[in-house]
Ligand binder design. Sequence first.
Ligand SMILES: NC(=O)c1ccc[n+]([C@@H]2O[C@H](COP(=O)([O-])OP(=O)(O)OC[C@H]3O[C@@H](n4cnc5c(N)ncnc54)[C@H](O)[C@@H]3O)[C@@H](O)[C@H]2O)c1
Length: 291
Amino acid sequence: MPAIGTVVAITRNFPDRSMRSGARLRLRFLREPPVTQRLNDKVTLVTGAASGIGRATVMRFLEEGARVVAGDVDREGLDELAKECRDRPLSTQVVDVGERVQCEGLVADVLVGAGRLDVLVNSAGITSRGLEETLDYEEKWDAVLRINMKGTLMMCHAAVDAMRQQGGGAIVNLASIMGLISYHPDLPLSDGFNPYPHSKGGVIQITRDLGVRLAPEKIRVNAVCPGFVYTALTAGLAESPDLHQQLIRRHPMGRFAEPEEIASVIGFLASDEASFVTAAAWTVDGGYTAS
Ligand SMILES: NC(=O)c1ccc[n+]([C@@H]2O[C@H](COP(=O)([O-])OP(=O)(O)OC[C@H]3O[C@@H](n4cnc5c(N)ncnc54)[C@H](O)[C@@H]3O)[C@@H](O)[C@H]2O)c1
């Protein structure tokens, strides 16, 4: 029996592609019930909540006492989440973060339902791997930037108005180490026109700019930059065992992360424990960018 607090990498044999959702990457992340309720009563909106890191964030925030609104384009995934979290303070809403009116409508609904918005976590995101092959580079770039960068921007814009009026709040944006560095030329992942790193570099700059501007208004804005994480987003990479191993070797810790390991850092950044942390990009990458 492994010790409490140990991540048991049962997903090490990377999950089979038929798994539709990171939600199904069941792992045993053994930890004691949180000793603190550092997110107690914080009204939190999470986008991209039906899968992967967003879903793990919802679960973690609920464990730590938050009231959560989960938004995603994936109605079915949200329904599964709601079923699993029955009797907990969670509501779900379908949203396409690429549509400004939907971003604003979602925040307005949170305010009607909960009266305030303390935390926004922007986890909705895609890569061009999920797009139709027939699209050309410009169409792929527009599609990825629309969700990853513009979606993040529009959710921030909608939330900031509410946070400003209530005197503060915290935003955590999902960037990536690929917003800080480029894909190594040995990796067959980019020819320089892959929109994903461009979009994540943009998310980091949105974070820094907003973080600086909003600091006097007690709205903290931070980005998390994960290395590779076992979710639906990366499932396709495992189709090539060689590439999978190549990527693992780039992480000095010798593995990908589990979504829960990213969610715990998001929880910290959203909490009052991070009261002097803003406009920062936090690598959570098992040492990838330092190596
Ligand atoms: N998995 C990784 O290795 C990794 C690494 C670094 C950063 N990230 C980032 O973390 C975030 C979460 O990724 P993940 O790995 O959990 O992926 P995931 O595919 O498991 O989850 C992404 C969720 O976003 C939702 N989504 C997609 N388009 C949307 C839209 N227009 N509006 C609302 N929701 C939408 C999807 O339905 C899905 O539920 C993304 O921003 C991703 O770029 C992931």
